[in-house]
Design a binder for this molecule. Structure first.
Ligand code: CO
Length: 459
């Protein structure tokens, strides 16, 4: 049997280990080699890369994508998309979502992995239909979590609905690395018995389970796994590509990956990892195995946010109480998977409940929006007392939130005017207005300077 390998070094590995600070210049030299490795796909765009390019790297994310596409001709290019949130942090109207998907495919993306933090399929349907319209692979990911409402039967029901929507492949996305080998085996088996779509499994090495989880995923019939070239693997990143290819080939699976090319890719990234370690951007602590997450069932990123929140409030001694409060808040909220943005919303509320000394006396505007139904329908029942306490007489919204939004693309285009040079720029502006305006102003400035420089040189 053939196993498809998705290499994550250009997206999730960098996002998990070095806060997405991998500028295009640093990996341009390896793109043609990556294309020769025989990967099924190269995850290289979306997630936090878009925001980081504009905000910190002075890079146009669209230009980055086109430059990658120019050099990676055979391998599929893959991105991660947060459904109706696109690559931002709120819901966008359908016309904006459609334009974004259309231009992602036009600029070179083949596989769009689409997910919603609450697994509310209404938040991904526009992305899916538009991806299919442009002949992309609409890979729908379910956000993995465990709770009394996340039973195998419920997951299978979800998968059936995803198949009905027209998804072309599936993914189990375990962002916290908490899916155990057994849970993975059972879930993959159940999905394979009920769906004929190709299934990819995505996890992180954070808790140390990932290598075993992938092995069980493959044994249960999953067609693909996500790995990272070894210098950028392990810890909060994915398991190492070389190790998985070695293991799988030995067990009689074929991966189509050329191990001699993997060793060239390793040679390219090893000194880079060294450089990031020396600069401190790669903190060795993120490479350690954190089994504590298995006890608290909360993602590593969320734990470090809680710690810094408590430290800044001078209340780090109350961490134990906050960790005990977190699952209670999650239960009140109907057991959402803990992924951006629900992980932050719940973590902050748990800390607030403990520090204020009365539950939900003080709530963030995100909690109110969540309870009003603006993020979608939670997987389980929300505690009605909490709704009453926070919203009073106001009734939660049960429709699809994006239906309440007016079309936004033309308005955004008019608003940004000639500071946008193309429709791609308009989308960057709509998603990150202030960040884009600053980026565009600096881009103009840089280009003016470059022109001056060229003129001086000619003289
Ligand atoms: Co991930």
């Amino acid at each position: 049997m053939k196993i498809q390998i998705t290499e994550t070094v250009l997206r999730d590995a960098g996002q998990s280990l070095i806060a997405t600070r991998l500028p295009y210049d640093k990996f341009e030299g390896v793109l043609e080699t990556l294309d020769k490795a025989g990967y099924y796909s190269l995850e290289c765009w979306g997630g936090a890369t878009f925001d980081t390019c504009l905000r910190y790297l002075d890079e146009d994310p669209w230009v980055r994508l086109r430059e990658i596409r120019k050099r990676v001709k055979r391998t599929k290019l893959q991105m991660l998309l947060r459904g109706q949130n696109l690559l931002g942090y709120k819901h966008y109207p359908d016309d904006v979502v459609r334009k974004f998907v259309e231009l992602s495919v036009k600029n070179g993306i083949d596989v769009i992995r689409i997910f919603d933090a609450l697994n509310d399929l209404r938040n991904i349907e526009t992305c899916v239909s538009e991806t299919i319209k442009h002949k992309g692979d609409a890979q729908v990911a379910i956000s993995y979590t465990s709770s009394p409402v996340h039973t195998l039967e419920n997951y299978v029901q979800l998968i059936k609905k995803i198949e009905e929507m027209g998804a072309t492949s599936l993914c189990i996305k375990d962002m916290a690395g908490i899916m155990s080998p057994k849970e993975c085996y059972d879930l993959v088996k159940a999905i394979k018995e009920n769906s004929s779509l190709p299934l990819h499994v995505h996890t992180h090495s954070t808790t140390g389970l990932a290598y075993m989880t992938y092995l069980k995923a493959v044994e249960a019939g999953a067609e693909g796994i996500d790995t990272a070239i070894s210098p950028f693997s392990g810890g909060t990143s994915q398991p190492a590509t070389e190790t998985l290819v070695y293991t799988l080939e030995q067990m009689g699976y074929s991966t189509s990956v050329d191990t001699s090319v993997l060793s060239d890719i390793n040679d390219y990234f090893a000194p880079l990892a060294e450089e990031y370690l020396e600069s401190g951007l790669l903190d060795p602590r993120v490479l350690m195995t954190d089994a504590g997450i298995l006890k608290y069932q909360i993602p590593g990123g969320m734990l470090s946010n809680l710690i810094s929140q408590l430290k800044s409030a001078g209340a780090i001694d109350r961490l134990g109480e906050v960790l005990a409060e977190t699952p209670r808040v999650r239960e009140d909220m109907g057991y959402p998977p803990l992924v951006t943005p629900s992980s932050q919303i719940i973590g902050v509320q748990a800390a607030t409940n403990v520090l204020v000394g009365e539950r939900y006396k003080s709530v963030s505007k995100e909690i109110s929006a969540y309870l009003r139904g603006e993020y979608g329908t939670p997987p389980g029942k929300v505690n009605p007392e909490v709704i009453r306490k926070v919203l009073g007489e106001e009734k939660p919204h049960t429709g699809r939130f994006a239906d309440t939004l007016k079309d936004g693309f033309e308005a955004g285009k008019a608003e940004i005017g000639d500071k946008a040079r193309c429709d791609e720029d308009v989308l960057s502006y709509i998603i990150f207005p202030q960040v884009y305006e600053k980026f565009a102003a600096e881009r103009d400035e840089r280009e003016r300077n470059r022109v001056k420089y060229t003129i001086t040189k000619v003289k």
